[in-house]
Ligand binder design. Structure first.
Ligand SMILES: [Zn+2]
Length: 97
């Protein structure tokens, strides 16, 4: 798991997850207060994962005459288990670098 660049305090799974769900909000280290931003490369990796799932959902909807609601449900069902892995995939870096 990612640690603070400044004091090596590990971030918790919850802290990282919260940052991701709040549109990559920077994480503030609870030990030294250093702000950490999600690296652009990590955002890119996450969108590579999420976009195909969404496209797949849209594809199924148009091919099997599913309602928008069932498409959304399907995309969510596919995204939620994958997003549980996101905190292990993203990298943070402190603001100064
Ligand atoms: Zn720190």
């Amino acid at each position: 798991m990612q640690k603070c660049d400044h004091c090596n305090t590990p971030f918790t799974y919850g802290e990282i997850n919260k940052s991701l769900w709040l549109a990559y909000r920077p994480i503030k280290c609870r030990q030294c207060g250093t702000k950490h931003k999600v690296l652009i490369a990590s955002r890119f990796v996450l969108s590579i994962i999420v976009v195909p799932i969404t496209v797949f959902g849209i594809y199924l909807t148009s091919n099997f005459n599913l309602s928008i609601l069932s498409m959304l449900a399907m995309v969510l069902l596919l995204t939620i288990p994958v997003s549980l892995l996101f905190p292990y995939l993203v990298k943070f870096s402190d603001d100064c670098t």
